[in-house]
Write a new protein. Structure first.
Length: 514
């Protein structure tokens, strides 16, 4: 089974039903119109840019209907969407572009300067501009105007490749690795389809549901948490270009949204908004927090103040954003739990020897099912490490209670989650060690009321020159996305090491975090 015909079939069943509101432009699209746009995008890329099955196409832009054009259009011709995280620095983007080698790149107007800095480091054959952004490539050839090209293209279904199937790559979504280099998770078409099936069944979504998307569409959460499942079910999506606390609360009410996804940071920002007190959420089925552990006290505040159902979810790029579920009635008594495994999925909790742990004991979470990725792009070693006989090693530690509910208790991988973004210690530490004044560096997580967790870097100076914490953070921000830079730097005479030569971060947390 594959995902190539998902939008086509939905457009056949309910062609005139509203599917999408693009908030920035105010445009509303029916399923027929969305499907025709996807067809036009596929035909443009096929005939103008020579995109074939297996070719990658990237987009560097804020949220817009263009992401949906590409997501569904490329699936129809067996090509691969590799969206770029616009929060990254040009050097970081260059690594990803040179790794996935997109044949075409779509750029939004807000990222013209980023592209100009990125361009000398990459080689992309075709360039398309959103909103008539002034772009030209290294050869001085102007970019194709995306909307003009779509308007001139055929709305007919493109020719389906004969060998397209469920294992055909649909997306490449890059996640940072513990080695400091991003890895491209290969999301096959069957994973997209089964994420839709699992989410609709396990979360009880219907054609009457409406969900806003405030998270970036370069993330699995933005693409797959509720957007693709609701399109599958025939529901409605409200797509925001960027997040604004007050404006988003008004949108939720004006559009009668029923299923609301956010990261803990968003829920904090919503509560602090002047619009929160008067907000009426009586039409909302449930709120769900994902991307990072949500403080139980925050969930209780929402329930008490707004009389809403508030759940906590769990997912990963590699296994889909929705891996567990629970009923409305269970959400409050089981606060802190992510729920029970979704319908078509298997879960195991194992110790370091691969043995199942007992109920109540902590073990690494392993997940198996058709919603698991194929592995990592051009990285056989990482694929072999993550996948064993179909079981994906999440690197997350969890326990299961006597009722079958799972609780995520920590991370096997050396990573913190700040504002819903994964920050891998090795990548940030490597940048700090590039500074001549730094001999050693170790990143640990520190609890934060708004962001959930922020980075605290412990630095041992080399003695070659004096440096301040502010200078080191600025040095890091010049080389990495700002959300990866630690919020605090402390200096230490030495780092604690184990007999095996690894920094003992629990000791650092005990000393500096408590």
């Amino acid at each position: 089974m594959d995902a190539a015909a998902l939008l086509s079939k939905r457009a056949e069943l309910t062609p005139e039903r509203e599917a999408l509101l693009e908030l920035d432009s105010g445009r509303r699209f029916t399923y027929r119109e969305l499907n025709e746009r996807a067809n036009r995008a596929a035909n443009v890329l096929q005939r103008r840019a020579g995109i074939e099955a297996g070719d990658c196409v990237s987009i560097l832009a804020h949220n817009s209907v263009a992401y949906i054009d590409l997501l569904y259009g490329l699936a129809k011709i067996g090509a691969v969407l590799a969206p770029l995280n616009w929060r990254l620095r040009p050097a970081e983007l260059a690594y990803i572009v040179n790794d996935c080698r997109p044949k075409a790149l779509v750029v939004g107007p807000a990222f013209v300067d980023v592209f100009e800095e990125l361009q000398p480091q990459i080689n992309v054959e075709w360039l398309l501009a959103l909103e008539s952004a002034p772009l030209s490539d290294a050869r001085g050839i102007d970019a194709l105007d995306y909307e003009q090209e779509l308007a001139a293209a055929s709305p007919a279904e493109p020719l389906r490749p004969k060998d397209l199937n469920g294992e055909t790559a649909h997306c490449l979504l890059y996640t940072s690795g513990t080695t400091g280099r991003p890895k491209g998770a290969i999301i096959p078409q069957r994973q997209v389809l089964w994420n839709c099936i699992n989410t609709v069944i396990s979360w009880g979504l219907t054609a009457e549901d409406c969900s806003p998307v405030f998270t970036p569409l370069f993330h699995a959460g933005g693409l797959f948490a509720f957007m693709t499942p609701l399109f599958y079910a025939g529901g409605r999506i409200v797509l925001a270009k960027e997040f604004d606390a007050g404006a988003s609360l008004r949108v939720i009410q004006d559009e009668r949204c029923t299923v609301i996804l956010g990261v803990p940071t968003l829920f904090q920002m919503w509560r602090r908004s002047p619009a929160y007190e008067a907000a009426d959420f009586s039409h909302v089925h449930f709120f769900i927090s994902g991307g990072a552990p949500c403080p139980p006290a925050l969930m209780e505040k929402w329930r008490e103040e707004k009389d809403v159902v508030f759940r906590q979810g769990y997912g990963l790029t590699e296994v889909g954003p929705n891996c567990f579920s629970m009923t409305d009635e269970e959400s409050a008594p089981k606060t802190g739990s992510v729920g029970k495994p979704i319908f078509h999925s298997e879960m195991r909790l194992v110790d370091t020897e691969g043995n199942e742990v007992a109920t109540g004991e902590v073990g690494e979470l392993l997940i198996k099912g058709a919603h698991v990725c194929s592995g990592y792009w051009r990285n056989e070693e990482a694929t072999a490490e993550a996948l064993t006989d179909g079981w994906f090693h999440t690197g997350d530690m969890a326990r299961r209670d006597e009722d079958g509910f799972y609780y995520i208790v920590g991370r096997l991988k050396d990573m913190i989650i700040s504002g819903g973004e994964n920050v891998y210690a090795a990548e940030v530490e490597a940048v700090f060690r590039q500074h001549p004044a730094v001999a050693e560096a170790a990143l640990i997580g520190k609890p934060h009321e708004q962001w959930g967790e922020v980075g605290l870097m412990v630095v041992v100076c080399s003695g070659e020159q004096e440096v301040t914490a502010e200078e080191l953070v600025a040095f890091c921000r010049e080389r990495l996305a700002s959300y990866k830079a630690p919020k605090e730097v402390v200096f230490a005479p030495e780092l604690p090491y184990s007999p095996y030569g690894k920094v003992q971060k629990p000791k650092l947390k005990e000393k500096y975090v408590g």
